[in-house]
Ligand binder design. Sequence first.
Ligand code: 13P
Length: 342
Amino acid sequence: MDVQQLEQTAGALVTKGRGVLAADESMGTIGSRFKAVGIESTEESRRDYRELLLTTPKISEYLSGVILFDETLRQNASDGEPFSQKLKENGIIPGIKVDAGAKDMALAPGEKITEGLDGLRERLAEYRGLGARFAKWRAVITIGEGIPSMRCIDSNAEALARYAALCQEADIVPIVEPEVLIDGDHTIERCAEVTETTLHATFHAIHRHRVHLPGLLLKPNMVISGKQCPVQANVEQVAVATVECLLRTVPAALPGIVFLSGGQGAQQATAHLNEMHRLYPDLPWVLSFSYARALQDLAMKTWAGKPENVEAAQRAFAHRARLNAAASRGEYSEEMEQLTAA
Ligand code: 13P
């Protein structure tokens, strides 16, 4: 384990004013996102779409890293150059999703456990050879009637910590993603309670597994009202609840925290991040983004699988990335939504 290299990569991923794009949707997920906007999912359409994102002009001003799916890390862009190489040349660090997905947990109705530890050491070595310098593992915690159970939280925390240790052994920075889902009618207070318990369990497991904190990033959900909750917390309430929860649970030795968007609207996800910076200008870690949907939704819809829409889609993508980069410095305002991308 090269501690210096891990710290350097982790630090570079949270350079102030930039964030991470999650473009690592599994086959099933990209298939359903494409289907929703009328695009057929084929190896070629997935490559074309990801090429559109990754070759967007000026995107390295806003992105420090991109999380890729296995298929994309092995693919070449249309000019024959591997995507990982293209990113590197553009000053963007290539990353890789390494979990095998959240599966139904045995004897735990409604709860999920993320799989993918078997053979992970070998896969990480291969991914490093292909250019990946950081990785992601997503655990899913569901709020509902009588759930989450402590055994679901602890089992997922244990898997996250074992994944993180394996990553660091391979000189790959682990992004640890315990996602408390937004789905449900729960209140923001319930989300805060579950998120706090989940993060405590996660960092306890990380400590047990001797993971080096300065070489690790956290990708949490924001503390937010359930999507179907009749009372929706406002932007300030979400920012306060989220940061207060993180201050109580995340060690200051961590270089950064990059949020997932988790089904929030694109504008909402940007406003929440900005508000955290506005209210808390002096935090122990860098706070930034690692969004998938909140960065991609409009770009994907604009593209709609048509070559003639590539430029417009890239403009939409760059615009969203720029607004989030501004939010990660606390410099976003709603008026900026109206300005078209350069
Ligand atoms: P969303 O921003 O769409 O939640 O995705 C982030 C992610 O990488 C989920 O694992």
